[in-house]
Design a protein. Structure first.
Length: 98
């Protein structure tokens, strides 16, 4: 199921954080063998920000500057165990020129 989050502004840097668990009740964190984070931009390009393994079991993050306004899709995916989490954010056009 896709989740929607608040709107962001063009040129804003966003950090996505994720904790992975080995069970559906989310009581046992796990470090998957592979963690991938991807973004689909409003113009259809796929971006793969660097994933950072944060301190603590199962904790990961990825960041990206939202350089286009519109709808962005995001997706975390792991292998061993196979976990997928995805959602959508909306980026507003900046209203004051640089």
């Amino acid at each position: 199921m896709s989740r929607e989050f608040p709107e962001f502004f063009e040129e804003e840097s966003v950090v996505w954080t994720k904790t992975f668990y080995s069970d559906i009740t989310k009581t046992t964190p796990i470090d998957p063998s592979t963690v991938v984070f991807k973004l689909l931009t409003p113009v259809g390009a796929v971006v793969s920000p660097t994933v950072v393994n944060e301190p603590g079991t199962g904790n990961f993050s990825a960041s990206h500057v939202l350089d286009l306004y519109g709808r962005w899709e995001w997706r975390w995916q792991t292998e061993t165990p196979r976990i997928v989490d995805q959602g959508t954010i909306f980026v507003k056009e900046r209203n004051v020129p640089e």
